[in-house]
Design a protein. Structure first.
Length: 276
């Protein structure tokens, strides 16, 4: 039986500094040489995820932005992506505007590049998000008064916002009434802010994992996670593995609980299983 191992990044595969340990990199490359399919499923985009995966070879595509993209790290192109319908996009934006909030919107272009539109920065978390990614996106940030105007050759795929729950709880409740979308709402791994990340209802970490499994010809999926946005993937996996530092909701549904993210527990578990 061929197993696809697929792991969340932040809080699961990565250390607390947001980087991958040299030990994990070395062991993942050994798995690659043995033909054992390993992938990641993350809320990060290609511009923020791929630098952290540098030096690691993958025998499978990776899942980005909570399942919006199945992405080939070699060709640097999406194998598959999920677009938000324009009618749903307007409803999403209205949910934020009613609370005087202004989200970011990601677009994927026919040129295989990711860009971002925004109106203004409502808080320090949003400004920090911009500052950390403006160079990664090579300046493909566009400030606009009308987020519903989509340039030709661009496809809206993701809307997100960072804030404390007191600013987002009502927005999240309103988002539940939009049938064409799904979203993840969870605490950031590195701050007190919460994130709401919105995408087409055809996208999810679970669907992305299944798509990757089909590509590599895997018979089963073992998934690793720590946070609320991993629940759907863990529920859809044949074996759900939680790291010790996972939130209680993740531990409750896990088949296996391993050590913490700081102990290289994901790759150690895979090695143990493959050597059994």
């Amino acid at each position: 039986m061929k197993t696809l191992y697929i792991s969340d990044m932040d809080g699961t595969l990565l250390q607390n500094n947001g980087k991958m340990s040299e030990y994990t990199k070395e062991k993942l490359n050994e798995l690659y040489k043995k033909g054992i399919p390993f992938s990641v499923a993350t809320a990060r985009s290609m511009v923020s995820a791929t630098p952290l995966l540098e030096g690691v070879h993958f025998a499978a595509p990776i899942v980005l932005m909570n399942g919006v993209f199945v992405y080939d790290t070699e060709t640097k192109k999406a194998v598959k992506y999920h677009e938000i319908e324009h009618s749903a996009l307007k409803k999403i934006l209205d949910c934020f505007y009613e609370k005087n909030l202004h989200p970011f919107m990601f677009l994927y272009g026919d040129d295989y590049k990711l860009s971002l539109k925004y109106t203004q920065f409502d808080n320090e978390g949003m400004k920090e998000f911009y500052d950390m990614r403006v160079d990664m996106l090579e300046g493909r940030f566009t400030q606009t008064d009308d987020m519903t105007v989509i340039p030709d050759g661009q496809h809206p795929v993701y809307v997100n916002y960072y804030a404390l729950p007191e600013f987002l709880d009502e927005v999240v409740e309103k988002l539940k009434s939009i049938p064409q979308i799904d979203f993840a709402y969870y605490k950031d791994s590195y701050s007190d802010d919460w994130l709401v990340e919105i995408y087409a209802n055809t996208a999810s970490k679970a669907n992305g994992a299944k798509e990757v499994a089909e590509i590599v010809g895997a018979d089963s999926i073992t998934a690793f996670g720590d946070n609320l946005n991993d629940l759907v993937m863990l529920n859809g996996a044949d074996t759900a593995v939680a790291v010790e530092n996972a939130v209680p909701q993740v531990k409750e549904i896990a088949d296996v609980i391993i050590g913490t993210n700081t102990d290289d527990s994901v790759v150690k578990y895979i090695i143990e299983k493959e050597n059994a």
